[in-house]
Write a protein that binds this ligand. Structure first.
Ligand SMILES: [Zn+2]
Length: 115
């Protein structure tokens, strides 16, 4: 068997473990550290361009805090703070249309838990 490198993009360790993407069923070979990280619940996802895995610094920053400010104009200003100290908080103006579009985008992904 030939030596395979860990599928995590920024990792060059030898892969000896397997993880599975439950959504797609695809399997990836990873090093023991990244196998443990996945088992500890660290988020990851397949990178279609490279057939590797994005994890840690290869993922976009997470949402730490957000605030909504009503404006004089018909719309809102959304301020987003991430979980990365090196990313400055930023603001987005949401018109009524873009607000509704954004709100609608989450519905198919996050369904309410069954009672
Ligand atoms: Zn690794």
């Amino acid at each position: 068997m030939s030596m395979t490198t860990c599928a995590v993009l920024s990792c060059s360790e030898i892969a000896s473990e397997e993880i599975e993407n439950e959504k797609s069923g695809s399997e990836f070979l990873v090093c023991p550290d990244h196998k443990a990280a996945v088992e500890n619940g660290h988020p990851w996802w397949p990178d279609r361009d490279t057939n590797g895995i994005r994890m840690g610094r290869d993922l976009p920053p997470g949402l730490a805090k957000w605030t909504v400010l009503e404006t004089e104009a018909p719309g809102l200003i959304l301020t987003i703070e991430t979980d990365r100290p090196d990313v400055e908080p930023f603001q987005i103006y949401l018109s009524k249309d873009s607000y509704e579009h954004l709100a609608g985008a989450f519905r198919p992904v996050f369904k309410p838990a069954a009672q």
